[in-house]
Design a binder for this molecule. Sequence first.
Ligand code: G6P
Length: 366
Amino acid sequence: GAVELGPYRHYMQKEIFEQPRAIADTLEGVQGIVPELFGDGAYEVFKKIDSVLILACGTSYYSGCVAKYWLEAIAKIPTQVEIASEYRYRESVPNPNSLVVTISQSGETADTLAALRHAQGLGLRHTLAICNVATSAMVRECALAYVTRAGVEIGVASTKAFTTQLAALFLLTLALAQAKGRLSDEQEAAHLKAMRHLPAALSAVLALEPQVISWAEDFVRKENALFLGRGLHYPIAMEGALKLKEISYIHAEAYPAGELKHGPLALVTSAMPVVTVAPNDALLEKLKSNMQEVHARAGVLYVLADADTRIESGEGIHVIRMPEHYGQLSPLLHVVPLQLLAYHTAVARGTDVDKPRNLAKSVTVE
Ligand code: G6P
């Protein structure tokens, strides 16, 4: 049936606000971590594989980039993430013990399907789809699958599909860790508890919307923006930059903050807003010195800082205070204000938010 907008102005805004529900639905029925969440025979496959190869496009590619950090840190499984349109046309060295993970909202993206078939053609038989459409070609063609329950996503710029992919990928990380004997019962219980609390944590972040709107008022007149993050949050910076360019048409670029001095610092002036994702993790002190580099060149910082980071607003630095640090699941929270920033900037610029120029929801031709 028709999807109603309700109190929202655009589908994108509605879908951003549906994220607590979408995550709860995606995790519904997950009592404990068992490989069978991914299909019959998953345990045997998870025991056997020795690496992961992730294939995807667009926003789905960025969820794969986050998953790489989780898979290597938690499950200790070497992981490669490839843009589907690159992988399918390059000569690669196939490892038959790799688990091929395709990630897609639609399950019909031409390049991702072609990359999957290419991998199969190279003899990679262990395939798993993370997908929002149960009846899609991708789910049909992969041996294993986890179907996210974001619900129908109408806005061309993906939001709730992304965070539900992250939830599914975190589950996959835990299931692989368990199959490899690298997940204790205590760790499993702690991760499950954190996952179950995600909807409430996301609601708390959505309540920051008024502060994001005031940032958007500054961004309306900008033509460029830089997004910085480190570690797990570098892909979140990339996703924030992608959202901004897709719907507001502002040129945006993401950099891992440590690379700042290898190029983008040359672009920093008082006209350059620098959005910084600042969770209170092990990289915080490094990140603070990167922020100092921007500040010293009169760049204007917009910082999403966890409550306990001691980063304060001041001259040339605007801080939105996020809830307490959410550990490994922090990317699911930090992406939300970036979605809202792109959304409100685009609305203020008067673009067609749900149907940005030249873009399609599902790219089913090459
Ligand atoms: C298009 C959409 C994006 C999406 C990408 C991959 O570019 O506009 O929002 O991330 O395709 O789509 P998929 O359905 O494979 O996730």
